[in-house]
Ligand binder design. Structure first.
Ligand code: CA
Ligand code: CA
Ligand code: CA
Ligand code: CA
Length: 302
């Protein structure tokens, strides 16, 4: 019997012993173009007018697990392979946080991958990993994708960050795994107004004060973060209180613009605003009691 291998398509990857029919590799076998290679083998006996017969030999690469899955995390702002992600507070559950791309170059089940968030991780309960395609097992078409989405509505002032762990495993034997720690920061939204330390401020100033004298300080705080918590103060623009007083926008220190005369006026009551971020503002009222001074009474506004 004579054997002949019709292998033109695969170059010199294989050779066949014409007598025994043994097929051996004669070069690197490249499965890059296809996951299987088909060789047509002709066999002819050595009798006269022998009629050749043919069969097909199919070769598949052995499912050797050379590689652990490779994980790429793309954040909302387009940054690749970042361990720090962001989601805005007050966003509804199911809000997109990151795209997770998983690949494994191994053949067969050694290259198929499944991912999940670590079950024993408390923070993981606040997020879900949703397959982008319904047949989530990766490998056959070169990878799989998941969306990391929020599982609830977050309040940055209550919890500014979550630490979760992404776990991916292929189906090789033994399986290769990869674990990626991720930090999801809750981005601030301006959802808090400034809050004053008191419902009403009362200050007393002696008459005949010098102009520019500090008469008191108001203070408000804002639970937000960054610019959203940057409190600024100003007097009610619709009153004439800025004739008598000025407030430092940043420190809240209030100074007298005039020297007071108790016989002319013995108290003021007016409103100061504290604002922060672009939307918050709050009204507050104050009262100044003018005390009698020790020396005469200079004219008002001198
Ligand atoms: Ca693998
Ligand atoms: Ca909040
Ligand atoms: Ca906030
Ligand atoms: Ca605010």
């Amino acid at each position: 019997m004579d054997f002949l291998c019709a292998q033109a398509r695969y170059g010199r990857m294989f050779s066949m012993d014409a007598d025994s029919g043994n097929i051996t590799t004669s070069d690197t076998v490249d499965f890059a173009a296809s996951t299987r290679i088909k060789l047509v083998v002709l066999a002819t006996d050595r009798g006269e007018n022998a009629i050749p017969t043919s069969t097909t030999v199919t070769l598949r690469p052995a499912e050797v697990n050379h590689h652990a899955p490779s994980v790429l995390v793309q954040s909302l702002d387009g940054e690749f392979d970042t361990g720090r992600l962001k989601v805005a507070e007050n966003s509804p559950a199911g809000t997109f946080v990151a795209l997770v791309l998983v690949t494994d170059p191994d053949f067969g089940s050694a290259g198929q991958v499944e991912c999940r968030l670590e079950n024993d991780d408390d923070d993981a309960r606040d997020f879900h990993l949703v397959p982008v395609f319904s047949d989530a097992v990766a490998g056959l078409d070169g990878g799989t994708e998941y969306q990391l989405v929020s599982g609830g509505v977050f309040d940055r002032e209550d919890r500014p960050a979550f630490e979760i762990s992404l776990f991916c495993a292929d189906f090789g034997d033994p399986a290769r795994t990869v674990r990626r720690p991720l930090v999801v920061e809750v981005a601030d939204v301006d959802d808090n107004r400034p809050v004053f330390g008191s419902t009403l401020y009362n200050f007393t100033v002696a008459e005949n004060n010098r102009r520019g004298q500090v008469v008191g300080r108001i203070s408000a705080s804002d639970a937000d973060d960054g610019p959203n918590s940057d409190v600024k103060y100003h007097l009610d623009p619709d009153s004439d209180s800025d004739t008598w007083f000025s407030v430092d926008p940043s420190s809240g220190v209030i100074t007298a613009k005039v020297s007071f005369d108790r016989e002319f006026v013995d108290h003021f009551r007016f409103v100061v605003y504290a604002t922060s971020g672009s939307t918050s503002s709050q009204v507050w009222s104050f009262q100044w009691q003018i005390q009698r001074g020790r020396w005469g009474r200079p004219p008002m506004g001198s």
